[in-house]
Write a new protein. Structure first.
Length: 291
């Protein structure tokens, strides 16, 4: 998905032209299926119509806030701009941009924005990063409403073992690579296995959001260094997180109380929860890739 799609009722088309020009957006003809098609094509939608019409149109299309496009409603008189969906994911910024261009009022309702506080998503956007453990944002953003939250920038090489209320931000990427290994594996083995797997899946190293494994492998220097050779970041996931993932194939990891390592680790952090490559063994290394 990319860009901004502007949808308006027929009688408001002249105003939609002005709105589209303000955000360099594409005009989308309003009609049956217009919202559904635009939902899959654009990062953000602007609807020039009543909020009720727009909300009813997109309601059946909603999946989750991390993958849905932002939705901003502009009142037909161009006086108000309301981010309805994805406020922290570009909607608020788009609403403010439109309000400035139209001389309108942006109606912002996200709690951290209303309180003048930062948000995890806002920091990620400003730093060109992506939130790896998305479930953490509720706790962290809530804590910001009550006071200060520490933000640590860590330049590797380093190992970070984060709890559920710690948001982890990495460079943006589309794919998550789950990695398992036998004890004592060498860095060269890991690097070769990962390069082979990525090449076979048609994924470039710079497209990887994160590499993930079990916290039980935190003492495997070869695993850490092999991932580091690709310029990647390795996330160690706790047992509860991996055990909560369903639908993974049989694995020798049941010997250490896990349903697997490579597959559940990849799915745990993947955005779309779609497989690119199921678990594949490369010598003493197993790799799975999800998006």
């Amino acid at each position: 998905m990319t860009g901004v799609g502007v949808i308006a009722l027929g009688r408001f088309c002249d105003r939609a032209v002005r709105v589209a020009a303000a955000v360099d957006g594409d005009l989308v003809d309003y009609g049956p299926g217009a919202f559904a098609a635009a939902f899959e094509r654009y990062d953000a939608l602007v609807a020039v119509m009543s909020a009720g019409i727009a909300v009813r149109a997109v309601a059946p299309l909603l999946r989750d806030k991390w993958t849905d496009p932002s939705l901003v409603v502009v009142s037909p008189d161009l006086r108000f701009v309301v981010p309805v969906l994805g406020g922290h994911h570009g909607g608020n910024a788009l609403a403010r941009r439109l309000a400035d261009a139209l001389g309108a009022t942006a109606v912002i309702s996200t709690a951290t924005e209303c309180a003048g506080r930062p948000s995890v998503e806002g920091i990620a956007d400003a730093s060109g990063s992506a939130v790896v453990n998305r479930d953490s944002t509720r706790a962290v953003n809530g804590a910001w409403l009550d006071g200060e939250v520490a933000v640590h920038g860590i330049a590797g090489p380093a190992v970070v073992i984060a709890g559920p209320a710690v948001s982890v931000l990495f460079r943006k990427g589309e794919y998550v690579v789950g990695v398992g290994c036998r004890r004592g594996v060498g860095a060269g083995e890991v690097e070769e296995a990962l390069r082979t797997a990525l090449d076979g899946a048609g994924v470039r190293p710079e497209q990887v959001l994160a590499y993930a494994t079990t916290v039980q492998k935190r003492d495997e220097a070869g695993l850490r260094d092999g991932v580091g050779a690709l310029g990647g970041s390795l996330v160690y996931l706790d047992d509860a997180t991996l055990n909560a993932i369903e639908g993974c194939g049989p694995s020798r990891a049941d010997l250490i109380g896990l349903p697997g390592v490579a597959e559940p680790a990849a799915l745990a952090l993947a955005k779309q929860k779609e497989w690119c490559m199921r678990k594949t063994a490369y010598g003493r290394v197993t790799v799975a890739i999800a998006r």
